[in-house]
Design a protein. Structure first.
Length: 218
């Protein structure tokens, strides 16, 4: 058991959220809020300076880098995508729990994933768990990942999820391809596989089914 405090970086674009997190965490013994960041870019820069054990990272910051991208930069070098042993751990704390949000964050190297409505005691416990390198997942996220493991043939891949999420936003196949650097034919192929997996035959039905299943953001 060590007396060294766990030093935290709070990364969220809402000052009220950062203040709330600080108020909760600073009442916990052994936890110290060392810094705050209002953008993902600020979080990456501050983490690079050292002296941070756990970053509490939101996923969406408006313009610029998102939380998953920041997580990847904090936890790994560009030429070494594995999580570095001496890098800060990243605990995602967000309101979003769809596959379109969780999968990129976890693949980027996040140690844990909590929703902002988690009880204060769960948040503090997740921070301590993350500091040791072990993971904590919100129940809804854990359930969905378990379902993916149980039925891998019916789960959407990350790319299929990205394509369908853009379709849900109203993008055409051509526009989806431009955003994801794919040909229009590749986008159509991804959608065809999505239709098969979801048991639907149209873009509208695929979006509705994926939304109901929590695969894309509501």
């Amino acid at each position: 058991m060590t007396d060294t405090p766990i030093r935290l970086l709070l990364a969220d674009d809402h000052p009220v959220v950062r203040a709330g997190l600080r108020a909760v965490l600073e009442t916990e013994p052994g936890l110290v809020v060392a810094a705050e960041a209002a953008t993902a870019e600020e979080a990456v820069a501050r983490a690079a300076l050292g002296g941070i054990d756990v970053v509490l990272m939101d996923l969406r910051f408006g313009k610029g880098m998102n939380g998953a991208e920041a997580t990847a930069r904090i936890t790994a070098r560009p030429d070494a995508p594995r999580v570095l042993p001496d890098a800060p751990r990243v605990l995602i704390v967000t309101t979003y729990d769809s596959d379109a949000d969780t999968l990129p964050a976890i693949e980027a190297g996040a140690t844990g994933y909590l929703l902002k409505d988690a009880p204060p005691e769960d948040l503090a416990a997740a921070v301590r768990t993350a500091a040791t390198g072990r993971g904590t997942l919100a129940p809804a996220v854990a359930d969905r990942l378990m379902n993916r493991l149980r039925a891998p043939g019916t789960a959407l891949t990350r790319r299929e999820t990205e394509v369908l999420a853009l379709v849900a936003e109203g993008f055409s196949n051509q526009a989806v391809g431009a955003r994801l650097h794919l040909t229009e034919g590749t986008v159509k192929s991804h959608l065809a596989r999505v239709y098969t997996k979801l048991g639907v035959d149209s873009r509208t039905a695929a979006v509705a089914a994926a939304t109901d299943l929590g695969l894309i953001r509501r």
